[in-house]
Write a protein that binds this ligand. Sequence first.
Ligand code: MG
Length: 392
Amino acid sequence: MKILFDGVYHNNRRDCYTLHINRAVIYQNNLPLKIPFKHASSGYIDSLEEIYLKLEADDGTVGFGEVRGNCSYFTGDTTEAVIATLKSAILPVLFEIDLTNINQTHDKIENAIVGNMASKAIADIAIYDLISKYYGLPLWNLLGGARKMRLPTEENIPFCSLEETRKNAKALLDDGCRFIKVRVGLKPFQKDVERVKAVYEVVKQLHLESETEIAIDANQSWETKEALVNIKVLQQYGLKIVEQPVPAKHADSLRMLHENLDVKIFADEAVFSVDDLVNLINENAIDGLHIKLIKSGGIYNAVRMMDIAEAHHLSYMVGGMDEGMLAVAAAVQCGAVSRTNLFELNGHCRIKEDPCSGLEVSHSTVMVPTGIGLGIHVNEKQLHEIYKENRN
Ligand SMILES: [Mg+2]
């Protein structure tokens, strides 16, 4: 009898079937911004406190992860807290893991500590970078294959004067942007109305109404009735998406807005985990959500959330915070394998000097890197090492 398969997988390239981490290094860099920002919940931010994790496997393969630390207004984490959690809870688990088993790796990180999604995200990103480099693949290939290699990214209109709003909107639209998100939620509301109206007027002047998405993000700043009244006012200016208008814990408020308004109500701060998403779906509270790796705990859960959203016919945006290039590149990998067309993948563009390179953004379009792993080059000489640990 001819044997078709003898039950043993023969790896021709390597003589081992397992992969372990031998060394972990944590770096922390403060990256000043070209243009500081301030939205309804962030306060004034003029630099990003980025944390980098380098993992080195026993065969010499290296993977990098990155998250932003100064996001306490959003994640509840601080730079110091993320680093402490990595050192005390995540790294001890990572040193025990066979990285070739992605499911088991994820479960062990998930079970290492409750919450602490930013610390889990940086580890998850570094492992995915490492394991896809080990197999010699771009990460999107390991995730099942890219559905697109060019991702149109949303651009923000910050809190600024009417004149600047018009100028910014025109420049973005002229450059090819077709998804504009206006920051709202700081008093007085009339200023928000004027800015959203100004953006809509520029869109109309350029005859781009049919192809342009106008969104607002209120970052939880309105009470329920206030949100209902405000959104009804803004609806007349071509508004399609409203992101997190009410406090994150108020699922009943989101549902009321979802049921009574024609715009799409998106959750951002209200949906960190897969469980959060399932709860909001069970509550029939949202039309869509903004997926960010710093909330989901990394790529593994972000992809699960994309699948769940699609199965329930929800819209979703793949995006992130203002954060460094490597962190954005990890979200780009998720965007490449997604079925959505809503992306916010320009969070690194305001940084003066990023220690990473390889992610191209042009005319509000992000090119999906084609290199192995995340496809990002990290200039380690520019990173500030703060901790190193070797496997015993
Ligand atoms: Mg948001």
